[in-house]
Design a protein around this ligand. Structure first.
Ligand code: NAD
Ligand code: ZN
Ligand code: ZN
Length: 392
């Protein structure tokens, strides 16, 4: 089959690789009909290289048709249409029972001290083959896949695999009071969807980015926007829109690729140039100090407010403004989305009607062969690219 593979920093290629086969009785194989390209894939593309092996298949946002099931996959039939959560969870351990599927104790990658295994996401997350491919093996398919009805186009359901639960959890964790205000930092797919969900839940949204199309999409959804290119002091701009107080909550949907910390950028580039054995520990422990958005969040949230991080951060020596965080009595929540936990909240938003505009959410639908260009366009935010969906 054809698959998108990681070959090095800023280098993916489409290769012919062996078709996946069932390995465990709870495995299933799907024929992938759509597969998203995520901001998290850009971390592999740009900074997490030390944890990748050339040839790794990337991608973690798939849907498709069940082709084959192991003997212990009850509930799924060949021919079913399914969306596959980006994390692999067993559904019956202590953590899964707590609805913390990202911490699944069956699939945790203990060698690296990581949570649940993820599709296509480096050795840190189990080196599982990814989903930007024609076929995908799904471990623990007795629990993960979400069955969806025939009829609507793939894009109606595809984002249940990552974008929607991530954005939903981001807003949920942000603890916005009824009718309250939330600042959304970053208007990539996650921030854009978080904006839509927050508005749908009756909150007022102030949204920040530095890319025209992304700001326009948030305005069209009903948010007030701040253009990072036009404002020196975002927290000050936020306070001036909120009676001097700051927003009740902040969703940080930027993560460690943040624009605005040149020193850290050099550090990331430097680790990209180091021999692999040295670079990996440096990346994991030495820190990736790109905290521009997080610092903005801490300054812009009102006293006693909540910051919800869905942007991915790495590194362990990042300096945090503890004095401000303590003095302002800030609550900080974060983590990968526990996909299955939010499915019951999200299905009603896509089943009968397209409440969040999923069908027009993707800007680019491309063949797998066009992956190298699609990665470049998404990283550079070129040609109006906001969300890419591969159609294998
Ligand atoms: N928690 C999860 O489960 C989960 C799931 C998916 C993605 N993510 C993470 O969410 C983040 C966003 O992903 P995405 O797919 O939307 O990707 P993206 O890279 O397209 O989005 C990031 C956006 O932030 C903007 N930005 C950069 N610096 C900024 C700053 N200082 N202030 C405001 N905006 C700034 C960029 O212009 C871009 O639009 C990534 O870190 C990704 O890894 C987390
Ligand atoms: Zn993702
Ligand atoms: Zn589990």
């Amino acid at each position: 089959m054809k698959a998108v593979t990681w070959q090095g920093t800023r280098n993916v290629s489409v290769e012919t690789v062996p078709d996946p086969v069932l390995k465990e009785p709870t495995d299933a194989i799907i024929r992938v009909t759509s597969s998203g390209l995520c901001g998290s894939d850009l971390h592999l593309y740009e900074t997490l290289g030390p944890f990748m092996t050339p040839g790794d298949i990337v991608g973690h946002e798939p849907m498709g048709i069940v082709e084959e099931t192991g003997p212990d996959v009850g509930g799924l039939q060949v021919g079913d249409r399914v969306v596959v959560p980006f994390q692999i969870a067993c559904g019956h351990c202590y953590m899964c029972d707590l609805q913390l599927q990202t911490q699944c104790e069956t699939t945790q990658v203990r060698e690296y001290g990581s949570g649940a295994a993820l599709f296509g996401y480096s050795k840190l997350y189990g080196a599982v083959d990814g989903a930007q491919a024609e076929y995908l093996r799904i471990p623990h398919a007795d629990y993960g896949p979400i069955k969806v009805p025939d009829g609507p186009v793939d894009d109606r359901f595809l984002f249940l695999s990552d974008v929607m639960p991530t954005a939903w959890q981001a807003v949920d964790y942000a603890n916005v009071p009824d009718g309250g205000t939330v600042l959304v930092l970053g208007l990539g797919p996650i921030g854009d969807m978080a904006t839509r969900i927050a508005l749908h839940r009756g909150y007022q949204v102030i949204a920040v980015d530095l890319v025209d199309e992304r700001l326009s999409r948030a305005i069209a959804s009903g948010a007030t926007t701040i253009d990072l290119r036009e404002v020196d002091d975002v927290p000050e701009a936020v306070r001036s829109l909120t009676g001097g107080r700051g927003t009740d909550s902040v969703v940080d949907a930027v993560g460690m690729e943040a624009h605005g910390s040149p020193v850290a950028s050099l550090m990331q580039k430097a680790t990209g140039l180091l021999p692999r054995g040295l670079a990996a520990p440096l990346m994991q422990r030495g820190g990736i100090d790109r905290l521009a958005a997080l610092h903005t969040a801490i300054e812009a949230v009102r006293r006693g407010g909540t910051i919800s991080l869905s942007g991915v951060y790495g590194g362990q020596t990042d300096p945090m403004p503890m004095m401000t965080m303590f003095d302002k009595q800030i609550t900080l929540r974060m983590g990968q989305a526990n996909v299955r936990r939010w499915v019951d909240d999200l299905l009603p938003l896509v089943e009968d009607q397209d409440v969040l505009g999923t069908e027009t959410f993707a800007t680019d639908h491309v063949a797998l062969d066009d992956a190298p260009q699609a990665y470049r366009d998404f990283q550079h935010k070129a040609h109006g690219t906001v969300k890419v969906v591969f159609r294998p």
